[in-house]
Design a protein around this ligand. Sequence first.
Ligand code: ZN
Ligand code: ZN
Length: 258
Amino acid sequence: MFRVRPTDRRAAPLLSRPTGFRPGERLADLVFPPLCLGCALPLAHDRPWGRELCPECARKTDFLTGAKCPRCGRPFEADRAADHWCGPCLSQPPPFDLARAAARHTGPLAEAVRGFKYHRRLGLLPGLSRMLAAAAVDLDPPADLVLPVPLHWRRRRERGFNQAWLLTRRVARHLGLPARSDLLRRIRFTAPQVGLTDTERRANVRGAFALSPHDGVDGRRVMLVDDVLTTGATARACARVLKKGGASGVLVATLTRA
Ligand SMILES: [Zn+2]
Ligand SMILES: [Zn+2]
């Protein structure tokens, strides 16, 4: 089971540096200054680790630093509310233990995610990965391995890459954890989830995922990475398979969430 390290939630996790941080990264920053994911302006070197937006774009971003459901990460509107379980989790807890995202799927960050995923703007990958790692760095104990939400091979051929796997590799490196793309597989080709209702999404991904017959996740804490959490139907379908395969914990980490 995952817990989040008790910290001042407004200060963390952006102030903590992941364990997998490499000193060479700072040198690389000097040679190729990191650019804002929103407007491509150079970012300050002394910014908190994982803060990949300039002050102007950060103002237009809804960071998930306020009160949220400790289970699914759903943010609450009331500014002074304390963390508490949301209605849907109380009535039907999701098969994953925790879901974390950096921000809501709006503004410059949502634009960056779309640019990366649909327009192959791969230059955004390092910044997006740092941001995702920073949103999932405060886990105690940490995950044992990081897996992407898998794409069906036909979709991967259409798109040319699995955006979740590209993110997973870098996030795992930042957190000092192993990444695996061969454990969880998409065994059924499904229509895109965009434009479907929650019920349709759930039906669409039912039976779409399976574990590798060669190596499992028995007794391991798994971090599942994707770019966006919309209704959570895909994450739930994956988590169900992982739990059935014996995973002792499943954390869903995404860049943005609806
Ligand atoms: Zn900017
Ligand atoms: Zn919830």
